[in-house]
Design a binder for this molecule. Sequence first.
Ligand SMILES: NC(=O)C1=CN([C@@H]2O[C@H](COP(=O)(O)OP(=O)(O)OC[C@H]3O[C@@H](n4cnc5c(N)ncnc54)[C@H](O)[C@@H]3O)[C@@H](O)[C@H]2O)[C@@H](O)CC1
Ligand SMILES: [K+]
Length: 523
Amino acid sequence: MFNRKNRTEIQQFVVTAQQMQAIETRLFDAGMPVAALMEKVAGRITQRILSKIESIPINSIGVLVGPGHNGGDALVVARELHFLGYSVIVCCPFSKRKELAESHFQYITSLGILIEENIESLQNCDVIIDGMFGFGLERPITDELAEGVNVINSWKKRVFSIDLPSGIHTDTGEVLGTAIKATYTFCLGLWKFACLQESALEYLGKVELIDFDIPLADIEEILGKTPEFRRITPEIAMADLPIPRSLTSHKYKNGNLLIVAGSHRYTGAAILAGLGARASGVGMLSIAVPNSIKPLLSTQLPEALIVGCPETEDGAILDFPSHFSLDQFDAIACGPGLTQSATSLVQMILECSQPLVLDADGLNILAQLDPISTLSQRQAATIITPHPGEFKRLFPELGEELKNRILVTKKAAQQSGSIVVLKGARVCIGTGETVWINPESTPALARGGTGDVLTGLLGGLLAAVVLNQTPLDSIVKTAVWWHAQAGIEAEKDQTQLGVDGFTLTQYLNLKPIQSRFFNESHP
Ligand SMILES: NC(=O)C1=CN([C@@H]2O[C@H](COP(=O)(O)OP(=O)(O)OC[C@H]3O[C@@H](n4cnc5c(N)ncnc54)[C@H](O)[C@@H]3O)[C@@H](O)[C@H]2O)[C@@H](O)CC1
Ligand SMILES: [K+]
């Protein structure tokens, strides 16, 4: 029996407009008629829209139609909804259409479907289907068309965008002039970059992929055997989580992590990183902090070995205690709350030969040390976790390119030879060969302290997998996805304002996060 599960991997692939066009061209060259494909795709879009509107009372549906094949899709959807008995109003504010769109336009005219040119004519519709532009948008939306889009947005109706919200750049996700604010975006065939770019987030609404059976061989031909840009799925995120443990497992097999964090001023950062590492299940945890805050850490993390360190006059770590060796650790996580006074310590850590997660002040100190050459010289893997501000300090010449977060992450990873975790609403992970993007998160995580938790979690997983030689980038995906899912779960219980760093740590080991994966992969 045909098993559709082997198509779940297409949920991972992310394409540019150019790549999508190249893939579709292969289908057409192989003999798939363009009109047949449009018919098939629009049929699936119709089904998806129906599943969202079945339970709500609908008097009429407005369909916004553009001049190209996005408009063609919309016309077929309009026709099908008409045959299903819905009252449909089509609005096409263009006098010229591509041939196939024109043909559908003529046919729906013959069916007596109401056709208007003025966008205001959709004002009384209960829902709007946006088929104005898809990946063929080539210039900003201006003048009357822009006014029309803004009017639609002002109605705050339920809007279903076909492929992309009209006005969104397919690759950067930027708004070109203005853009439709969708309630749902049904991305067609393969995920477009824009669906994972932060600049488009306020416009996308909920995003869903509509698979239309592009053969995997055609995808592979254009994207290669291991596509460069990938979306993290639950299966991918959990694949390398080091569970279940062997029945004869012991603490030394589950990683030995050293966290270097905190200062007299930022005590909490060390605690939150420690709690993040605790949730990772790491076998052995040591936390190096300034001597004066050692008692506090011991109270909060009784299982950890707290290493009290000599401190600077302003309460930062000056150095490790004498006879302290970094060699005993499987991995090091360094940075949260150190302050910039810990420069010599960070320099020493950068020179060690342990895999390293570097965050926060660790990154600010690195920024002053010729970051690219320092990172390139490291003998072990380095994972850096900058937010955009830290990123600009580390890679000033890439600062301007931050509008395309996916591409800029790739460049930074290639230049530095590190795994780059660019933080934000859609975290991008650059490994040199691949950029992974986390598709789900919550603004509840946008507050101080949640990053410290990620550093600890990442460090703990890193220490655990170094021993079993799992590729390190795989657990970076795990940590980023897991952290975001914990935020989402915490928000459900605690509201969007209730997810402080400590609360977040209490949700990391929640069963629903792991069962979500198991439910999806073992239905
Ligand atoms: N290629 C295909 O056969 C398939 C395409 N599909 C649909 O087709 C879409 C792509 O179709 P197209 O390549 O025709 O592109 P679009 O339908 O996105 O738009 C292209 C048209 O818009 C015009 N245009 C672009 N920017 C404009 C602006 N700012 N103001 C006014 N006019 C502007 C262009 O001159 C062109 O006529 C996809 O997004 C998807 O919805 C799907 O049906 C699947 C198959
Ligand atoms: K659209």
